[in-house]
Each structure stands twice: as structure tokens, then as C-alpha cells.
Design a protein around this ligand. Sequence first.
Ligand SMILES: Nc1ncnc2c1ncn2[C@@H]1O[C@H](COP(=O)(O)OP(=O)(O)OP(=O)(O)O)[C@@H](O)[C@H]1O
Ligand code: NI
Length: 337
Amino acid sequence: MTTNPATTITDASSGAGRTGPVLDITGLTVRFQLRDSVVNAVTDLTIALSRGELLAVVGESGCGKSVLAHALLGLLPANATISGHARLTDSHAGQPVALLACGERQLARSVRGRRLGLIPQSPATALTPVRTGRRLLEETLRAHGHTRASAPAAAAQAATDVGLDPADLDRYPFELSGGMAQRLATALAVAPDPAILIADEPTAGLDRPLVDHTLDLLRRRCDSGGAVLLITHDLSAARRVADTVAVMYASRIVEHQPTEQLFTAPAHPYSVALLDALPERAFTPIPGHPPMLTNLPAGCAFAPRCPRADQRCATAPATTRAGHGTVACHHRQRAAA
Ligand SMILES: Nc1ncnc2c1ncn2[C@@H]1O[C@H](COP(=O)(O)OP(=O)(O)OP(=O)(O)O)[C@@H](O)[C@H]1O
Ligand code: NI
């Protein structure tokens, strides 16, 4: 039986002006029904995001990060089954929203965009192909308070803010490079000034200076009272801007810690292995492969790759407190810094 202590990390340093969770996710589970099998994409995920907090979610490809984002935004396809709770308590318009319980109409009208924004992974395919960047951006701005007269200047400013030349707004999405489409998607998500921004690999395809530019923009949103859930493969990006880091493995969060704690004293053997794989550290790849999400083991999913695995790992580990965060491991390993 897995227990799930709340994972709001309230004393995690740099986020300014925090007043409690703006997003509270409890026991989120997502399954995809395929013809002959079920994909366990997200399993029993419990985490909270506070005002002013930048939470990074890291983990290998296919572990469930984007499905988590899409579940919160109501963007999953019809073969998905969702359970659990996700409560949005942002500062904008009054009532908390039970994200997983409210219908598409409410999500489309009053949640997506202004309260919960998304920078999608692979924006080149997510952007409407028949409108120029300028038209997309001006329409978004007009839908969120700008007038026909004020939108053009605001669009130019929004482009500049993400490091895009305003002249490039006259291109159609298919005329943009991957990195330019990425920046346009960022500008579109930021334009409504969402209380919570989910950024799914927002630095993919960007050169280092633009990576830093985008990360700084996300950090500034948190420092001025917003909240950001950053999904990234880039551990150095997470270390640079995140207050807390959640490590996902095979559909579960296996560890959630204040950023410095995770990087200096990771508690879960998978977190240790992920950090050891970095070129600037041991540069040792993690042996083996993640399990198939259609066929997860009954016990700890990392056990087949884990140097510390023993007979205890045949049962699923509970999520327990470790330092200021949580970890799901029978060993609760604490590596040397
Ligand atoms: N509509 C779907 N039907 C069936 N399986 C799906 C569907 N969408 C996603 N999946 C599966 O869910 C799992 C999690 O996918 P997800 O896109 O969340 O991974 P990710 O962690 O974001 O990976 P990446 O880092 O490569 O973006 C994968 O095994 C994926 O194949
Ligand atoms: Ni993804």
C-alpha cells in the first residue's frame, strides 16, 4: 500500500511571496486503453505547487511528464482514464477549480490560457498553421484584455521578451525554425499572464543564450508571484532556476526535494543514477532500460536497474518524508555530495 504525504516544500528557499499551494494534485493516475493492453502513464502522483514556486519535473523519455501536463489541462485523448484530484486555487477569479472534475466547456472558457497556461512540447505541430505568428499573438492578446489598437505593440513586446525578432512574427508557423516556433509558443503561453504556467520542454532546440533567456523569463514569473511547472530533460536548467525538483520514473514521482538537496544529496537510487549520467559528473549511463508502461513490475519499477535492489524491492515502496522532501524507496539512500 503506497502512502502519499503531501509534498508541498514550504521552506525551499528562493521563491518569493509564497502563500500556499496554487495547484494541489492528489493521487493522479492516468491509463491509456490500447487494443490489447493498458499503458500506465501516470501512477498515484501527489504533489503541490505553491505561489512563487518553480517546480521542475525531470525523468527519462516516456516516463509520463507530458501526460501529467495534458491531464491537468484536460487535453488527453478519449482512450485515457483519469482518476485522482487536482485543485487549482489561483489568485485570479475566486473559486478553486477541481481540474479533473470540470468539463471541457469550463476548461476552455475560464481555465486554459489565463489561469493555467501551457507551452506545449513540439510547438511546431501545436501551432495553427494557417495564421502568422503576429495574428496568433494579437488574437491571444485581444482575448485577454488588449484592444485592436494596443495589441500590435503588445505583440511586438511579447516577441522581444522571448528573444524573437518582431519581424519574424509575419512568418507562418511552418516557415519558422524549431527554435523560433518554440519562442513563439512561449510568447503565446505567457501573453495571457497565466497564474500557473506549465512549460513542457520550453528550451528544446534553443542555443544556450536563448535557453538561459527562457529560463530567466520563467524564473521572473515566479519571483513576481506566478507559479511554473517546468518539464525538462535538462538537469542543469532545473538546477539553475527550480526551487524544487520532482524526479519521475516509470509513471511515478520517486523523489521530490528542494533543488540543492536533490543535486547534492539525492535520496533515491534513480536520482543518484540520473545525476551520475551527467557528463560533468561520472558520465556513467544508467544500465538497462525503463520498464514497459504496459507491463510494470508489482514492486519497485527501478529495482531491475538498481545497484541496491534486494528482496524488499519486490513490493512497491511507500512515499515517505526525506529531509524537506519525499522519496519512494525502501533504502532511502543518501549519496555523498
Ligand atoms: N494517447 C496515448 N495512447 C497511448 N499511450 C500514450 C498516449 N499518449 C502517451 N502515451 C504513452 O504514455 C507514456 C508517457 O508519455 P509522455 O509523453 O508523458 O512521456 P514524457 O515523459 O513526456 O516523454 P518525453 O520526455 O519523451 O517527452 C509513454 O509510454 C507514451 O507512449
Ligand atoms: Ni514529453
